[in-house]
Design a binder for this molecule. Structure first.
Ligand SMILES: [Zn+2]
Length: 235
């Protein structure tokens, strides 16, 4: 059996010897999904979405607390990378080189925060890392990507790798995956707090599904950002 793999935010659980031959279960945890050892194997597990039972009697449970119910499981035969929803995923964020990043930001002219979250450009980053990366790189979340200088792209590249490394270092001190709210960060969900770098007050631009959090002094030359897109009126 192949080892577990990851592509972007998707986990691959490969199984052979199933009644249907070789299969890969592709799992996306979204915000609240967790894969946990299922010791009780009760008939109606709390928050249970899917269970894998192994020949030796052990089991793995996919749980999703809260009521978002967005975690997903796909069952695939053949190579998952050739199939939806994996098609079109961008370069793995933790492996992107400066040259690749330069080509990507030059090919799209869009707001940096949206660029970082779009899985077709870079795969693996979410809302929190997008906020933390913009802050560490001292770039406005609304900076237009095609206008970034080579020096700014180098800062962005360093920030992507450092923020991912810091987040993984934190997770690896824990027995179970952390909740988003408990993850250490400088700006994410810290509206009203002081910036740990400069002491300015963290600001937020709020959307229905997420917040763009930033430090004006570090990132926008003191300017307070407003949501001046029309997208909120079109939804
Ligand atoms: Zn600051």
């Amino acid at each position: 059996m192949e080892p577990l793999r990851r592509r972007g935010k998707f986990l691959f659980l490969p199984f052979d010897g199933t009644s249907m031959g070789e299969l890969t279960f592709v799992v996306h945890l979204m915000q609240g999904g967790r894969l946990v050892p299922d010791e009780k194997q009760s008939a109606k597990p709390r928050f249970g979405m899917a269970r894998w039972t192994f020949a030796d009697g052990r089991a793995l449970l996919l749980t999703e607390s809260g009521n978002e119910r967005k975690a997903g499981v796909w069952v695939m035969s053949g190579d998952p990378l050739d199939q939806e929803p994996l098609l079109g995923l961008g370069i793995e964020a933790d492996q992107v080189t400066v040259d690749e990043l330069t080509a990507l930001v030059e090919s799209k002219n869009m707001r940096l925060h949206g660029f970082l979250r779009d899985q077709h450009h870079l795969a693996g980053l979410g809302r929190m890392l997008a906020n933390e990366i913009c802050h560490r790189a001292k770039l406005s979340p609304f900076a237009m990507t095609a206008k970034l200088s080579s020096e700014e792209i180098e800062r962005l590249h360093e920030a992507i790798h450092t923020c991912i490394d810091n987040a993984l270092a934190h997770e690896r001190t824990l027995d179970a995956m952390s909740k988003s709210a408990d993850r250490p960060g400088a700006v994410h969900r810290r509206k009203g707090d002081q910036c740990p770098v400069c002491g300015d007050v963290i600001r937020a631009v709020e959307y229905s599904a997420y917040e763009v959090d930033y430090c004006p002094a570090c990132q926008t030359g003191g300017k307070v950002l407003a949501d001046n897109t029309t997208s909120k009126f079109l939804k």
